[in-house]
Design a protein around this ligand. Sequence first.
Ligand code: NAP
Ligand code: G3P
Length: 493
Amino acid sequence: MFEDIKDNNIYKNLYDGQWVSSASNNFITINSPINEEEVGKIQAMTGEEVDKVVSKAQSSFGIWADKPVSERADIIHKAAAILEENSEEIANILTKEIAKDIKSARSEVIRTVDFIRFTADEGKRIQGETLQGDGFHGFSKNKLAFVTREPVGVVLAISPFNYPVNLSASKIAPALMAGNSVVFKPPTQGSISALYLAKVFQAAGLPSGVLNTITGKGSEIGDYIIKHKEIDLINFTGSSEVGRHISEVTTMVPSIMELGGKDAAIVLEDADLEHAANNIVKGAFSYSGQRCTALKRVLVLENIADQLVDIITEYVSQLKVGNPFDDVTITPLINNKAADFVQGLIDDAIEKGATLKIGNKREGNLLYPTVFDNVTTHMRIAWEEPFGPVLPIIRVKNIDEAVEIANASEYGLQSSIFTNDIDDAFHIARLLEVGTVQINNKTERGPDHFPFLGVKSSGMGTQGIRYSIEAMSRPKAIVVNLRERSDKVGQVK
Ligand code: NAP
Ligand code: G3P
């Protein structure tokens, strides 16, 4: 079913229900981070083509918005079924294109099937409301507001390399369910996997022009797209640097931003250290740490630090490293530039006296899992987002110091607290400047109907299925003002 999305391993774009080639004749080769093998080529689209795509989405929006919600849901459900049927093929492309271990790639695709299904059902449940005026002083019950939810129009969906299928569908499905049309700009590295997802939605019966794709480097065509006057809402997931840039150059365009993180795990004296260490290692090193919700620092009370560090180091020493098609956890990073950045943080920590417990071994863009103890707040690793397999451990004297260091970060995505004392847990959770606090669990986005948000440099707006549908729609009130009657005939008993 995917024959028409590429020609000669050159991937096309979905425009007005057709898979078309760009007139630019300018291609970007996608090489696998595993072995530099060519996965395929994508097209670098031009500004004119972007204009056509956005206008097509604008002109197609009405057809889709007028469709009964139940029919929209049927098509979205069909997309989930088609994705499920083709999950193994798409998982294999994911692993090749972004070096995500095959087990995680499979779960990303299946998670996306569940996400799309839940979105179709939730979209049918989101109804408007009716309000009566007399709840507010000076107004009567003859003023009735019928509040419905309206689509915003054309949603620009921009997704990051680390979840090109799931973090694309987490925008596209809710946007479509709310009645919007979508212009989809996938990450360059990840575009091919994402175009397969676009094909799945098309094959499910979306009317032409309701979903259109734009491929090309964000650094080249990105600004042209985000500044386009016919874009009604931007739903972006990516780095805080690009997110901040987008909000700086776009005025009066509603935006939802899911950005970077520096999630902390706070470990108290009474914590179950085996459980904490197990969650911390999974949270820090799955997909080689290339997750916004990866645990990126540990703040541990100093009198239990030795034990925790030993257990973590032991668990990390058991992590398998290698080719993502094998049963491993640590795989090559997305590119050498990313690996250089992580290595820079490692070198800085060593230079400034951190204790290397394990790791600091590199083969090209494959970095072995690294753990540092005795990390101080003078080290870059204490503050910067590595997006790689390195974990800094900071020893703290007490809860106050842990909260102070946690909140001193520019980021505010999630945090974990490990303790058996629920009072301490809630006390700390209330103090932490983050979107979500996990008690006795690693930081993670799912389950996908929970609210997912970042504060400070970690984002704007809230996602999570119902939250996303509501964020990409708006209330509309139709207020009926019934005539005040003088005759009291038929007064209600
Ligand atoms: P990125 O470099 O910010 O890129 C994200 C997306 O933005 C890509 O599609 C990129 O296209 C595009 N882009 C770049 N410049 C643009 C511009 N000027 N205008 C419009 N689009 C532009 O992030 P990444 O490296 O793909 O992902 C890693 C980062 O994302 C990390 O910081 C991570 O924490 C964050 N992230 C956050 C979440 C979350 O939910 N909070 C989830 C995942 C990742 P190109 O690929 O063509 O450059
Ligand atoms: O970085 C992707 C982000 O959305 C994390 O998702 O489920 O890995 O916590 P998850």
